[in-house]
Design a binder for this molecule. Structure first.
Ligand code: SF4
Length: 690
């Protein structure tokens, strides 16, 4: 008795944006954090990882950062901010350095609008060099869809699934990365479900049809589907003639990509290619483009090839049809320019890619300081061993802002404690549903922790920056964002309702068949792509299969982590067990491995020992080792990113992490600390297990 409840929203980097009910004791302390029973997505239940963490480490002051730290020692905010200001000012004043040698690394530690975006006002004014956030995740897909449709962030309205005869989920695993959309939206949709994924995931198991292409062959598979759609006259001749550019160039290539060729190239049986093409080609159909299959060496080409199926089949501009990569906050009327810039002059130089971060951090001429917020690059980035060594450079000044001690805060000169989403107001825009939600403060932050926004206001003050936009209060920013969204909503209205749909009826994507490309058409052939050094039209490409006994390493999300969040939640430790590599039983047998053995995975830049698991859900030739663990909590002080050389994909200088190849061999002795001492090219002399 005496409890009151607060409705809020989960701001994680997750499609679901669950509604949350926080029960408070009479003294204001949080009793528990649960799914809001009246929320259309969460329906009273959060995912297992958030249930554990939001009621565990998020509420445990012993697990949280509660005071600023300078060189590991507790400090006051004034001391920490004064120290940062002195160090940054010295860099600004040094003619051999300057603001362009201060790197600004941030991403989706929170996806709420202010927590994600407001700090950019400070960074622009400072003139720090941004590490392009999406290059660690999904930039290739964004670039590819811009070429094709002119937008990557105006997806279909999920409510339109009620009208769809088919939903094709390509390269996404909602059972892990959108668990409520998997459990409710996908299972309740009346149409047939096709899943395209190299792994037989839980999503694939519940689908009507599962296509299992070898990683890196998605573009070839898409062309084979396109062949059947055209051969069997399921294509939309009028749409192709009136609303696309490049079909005459593309059609002859599509006509060569028969299902038999598709089977030989991708490993998907020709009858399954035929069936998928007929299901998807029977309009209207939805196409959900996941992010996994664009993390390939030619991931941008793959996205173009798959996404163009919607245009070929006429699955555009009608209820129940369309494509979704992400729904950006613009579709909720969130004024991103105001939030992140507010008219401030932008002194930032050209950004760099996360694929190059280790290079930059190693080089004192290019990098004097790093400010890392909403991100844990020491755990998440490629070139892990090099990057960690570079972060430890004595002359590099590093500031890390986080809720918890992490691998990155361990290596930082100054650590600033951040408030969690339970401790500040904000706005949340799901990147699946076209909704707007309130993140509502339910409790005070522990100790001296502060919201990101307040940290950046104080940093601006410490640096002597006086522009009013740097000092707007959260409430002013939220009110202005809501006014500019023209939804006739105050924050109190939104907080009361939790989540609102932006339009009462499902929106029809590209309803007028006008596309925000240079031509206004779907650009199957893109002059802009060509000018940027890419093929004018996508190619039916498949990566060469690994040889020399190597396996293709896939490192997707696990249900127990969210990117680099939740690794420190003890209640999840037993459930996730030790770090594993899952192999097809025959691949394991060929290597003399059985379940529970230790195996060494080696790439050209590093090695790690993992526990072997066996499953025929993983195809031959693939090693599956989910991401998300914190090196500081692993016995070897490393995670699978120690294997990733950080080769950029074909577009957007984006990650190609799912193109990494490894050898997998048995070990009979405890492994050396290989992340710190790679031993040359481990591929030499590896027996071919084929
Ligand atoms: S991470 Fe996703 S599934 Fe889990 S509570 Fe948050 S929004 Fe819901």
């Amino acid at each position: 008795m005496g409890d009151r409840t607060v409705l809020t929203t989960c701001p994680r980097d997750c499609y679901d944006a669950c509604g949350i009910e926080v029960a408070l004791r009479a003294d204001g302390a949080i009793r528990h954090v649960r799914g809001d029973p009246n929320h259309p997505v969460s329906r009273g239940r959060l995912c297992a990882k958030c249930t554990a963490a939001y009621n565990g480490v998020f509420l445990d002051p012993r697990a949280r950062l509660t005071t600023p730290l300078i060189a590991g020692r507790a400090a006051t905010w004034d001391e920490a901010l004064g120290h940062i200001a002195r160090r940054l000012t010295a860099i600004l004043d040094d003619p051999a350095a300057g603001s362009h040698t201060i790197l600004n690394a941030h991403y989706t530690g929170t996806d709420a609008a202010l927590g994600y975006g407001f700090g950019q006002r400070f960074m622009r004014t400072l003139g720090a060099r941004e590490v392009d956030p999406d290059t660690i995740c999904n930039k290739a897909g964004h670039v590819a869809l811009e070429y094709l449709y002119g937008t990557s962030e105006d997806g279909f309205d999920p409510r339109t699934a009620a009208d769809a005869r088919c939903i094709m989920v390509w390269g996404a695993n909602p059972s892990t990365s959108a668990p409520h959309q998997h459990e409710h939206w996908l299972s309740e949709a009346p149409g047939a479900v096709i899943v395209v994924d190299p792994i037989r995931t839980e999503t694939a198991l519940t689908a009507d049809l599962h296509l299992q292409p070898f990683p890196g062959s998605d573009a070839a598979l898409a062309f084979a589907l396109g062949h059947v759609i055209v051969r069997d006259h399921l294509h939309d001749v009028e749409l192709l003639a009136r609303h696309t550019i490049g079909w005459p160039d593309l059609e002859p290539i599509v006509s060569r990509c028969t299902p038999q060729w598709g089977e030989e190239t991708t490993g998907v049986p020709a009858p399954d290619i035929e069936q998928a093409a007929h299901l998807y080609g029977a309009r209207p159909s939805l196409l959900w483009l996941g992010q996994g299959f664009q993390r390939q060496p030619r991931g941008g080409n793959a996205i173009r090839a798959v996404a163009q199926l919607a245009a070929i089949s006429g699955n555009l501009g009608r209820p129940g049809a369309g494509v979704l990569y992400l729904n950006g906050s613009d579709s909720r009327g969130i004024d991103w320019d105001y939030l992140t810039a507010a008219g401030l002059p932008d002194h930032s130089p050209a950004p760099i890619s996360h694929m190059d971060l280790a290079d930059w951090l190693e080089d004192p001429a290019r990098t004097r300081a790093l400010i890392a917020w909403n991100i844990n690059p020491a755990a998440s980035n490629p070139q892990q061993a090099r990057l960690r060594r570079a972060l430890a450079r004595p002359d590099l000044f590093t500031v890390a802002i986080d809720l918890f001690p992490t691998d990155t805060t361990d290596l930082a000169d100054v650590v600033l404690p951040a408030a969690s989403f339970l401790e500040c107001d904000d706005l949340v825009t799901s990147y699946f549903d076209i909704t707007l939600s309130a993140q509502v403060k339910a409790a005070e932050p522990p100790g001296d922790a502060l919201p990101n926004t307040e940290i950046f206001r104080r940093l601006a003050s410490a640096m002597g920056m006086t522009a009013p936009a740097l000092h707007e209060s959260d409430r002013e920013v939220i009110d202005r964002l809501l006014q500019r969204a023209h939804l006739n909503l105050s924050f109190e209205d939104l907080a009361r309702r939790g989540t609102v749909q932006v339009t009462p009826e499902p929106a029809v994507q590209f309803a007028d068949l006008r596309f925000p490309t240079p031509s206004g058409h779907v650009e199957l052939a893109s002059e802009q792509a060509h000018a940027d050094g890419h093929p004018r039209i996508p190619e039916p490409h498949a990566d060469p299969r690994p040889c020399g006994g190597r396996l293709r390493l896939l490192t997707p999300a696990s249900r127990w982590f969210l990117n680099a969040s939740f690794s420190n939640e003890p209640r999840l430790e037993r459930r996730r067990g030790p770090a594993t590599v899952t192999l097809h039983p025959r691949d394991a047998r060929d290597r003399g491995l059985t379940a529970g053995d230790s195996a060494v995975l080696r790439s050209e830049i590093g090695e790690i020992t993992l526990t072997v698991a066996l499953s025929a859900d993983v195809p031959r030739g693939v090693a599956l080792a989910p991401k998300g663990r914190w090196p500081r909590l692993e016995p070897q002080g490393a995670n699978v990113n120690v294997l990733n050389p950080g080769i950029a994909a074909d577009m957007g200088a984006s990650t190609s992490v799912h193109g990494v190849e490894v050898t997998v061999t048995a070990v009979s002795a405890p492994p050396p600390a290989i992340s710190r001492a790679p031993d040359g090219d481990p591929r030499a002399g590896t027996p071919d297990a084929a």
